[in-house]
Unconditional design. Structure first.
Length: 166
């Protein structure tokens, strides 16, 4: 098959357009997840860095990306949307009622991504989460009980992605 001498001669086939649309909508997923959260929290940041990211990598072979991991030029909103679109799942911590995290969850939900909500136990017990999410799968975490939390989180991701041995 001859290659086009310039881009004006390139055409997509029907299956090419289907692939393009699938990529554009985020239907093609990679081996990463995305986490939406408040940055700079002295309890949540170490939980993510020391427990969530390494455990999901070791147990499920998925990287978990937050925007602090991304060093690329461009508009941060577009970069964030790209990472959510390309992720297999999205984790959203609602402990701090972070409006951005709620927005990122809604965007991921709109793309049909599995969204797994996280919340610190005392916040969840006292105030729950917004009524739009209080009925959704939420994995509760408690400082000092990371092992229990990680076991439940990895099991939830495994179920959400149908990652069972055959």
């Amino acid at each position: 098959m001859a290659s086009p001498s310039n881009l004006l001669e390139a055409n997509l086939t029907l299956s090419g357009w289907e692939q393009f649309e699938s990529l554009k909508q985020g239907s093609e997923i990679g081996k990463s997840g995305f986490i939406a959260m408040k940055f700079g929290d002295q309890i949540l940041d170490p939980l993510v860095r020391d427990h969530i990211k390494p455990s999901i990598k070791n147990e499920l072979n998925y990287d978990v990306i937050d925007l602090r991991d991304v060093a690329q030029a461009g508009v941060i909103d577009n970069i964030m949307r790209e990472h959510i679109r390309d992720s297999a799942f999205v984790l959203v911590d609602l402990t701090h009622d972070n409006s951005g995290a709620y927005w990122e969850a809604g965007y991921a939900e709109g793309l049909g991504k599995p969204v797994i909500y996280l919340c610190e136990r005392s916040k969840f017990d006292e105030a729950k989460t917004h009524f739009d999410t209080n009925h959704c799968t939420t994995v509760i975490w408690t400082p000092g009980e990371e092992r229990i939390f990680i076991a439940e989180l990895t099991a939830t991701i495994r179920r959400s992605l149908n990652l069972f041995s055959s």
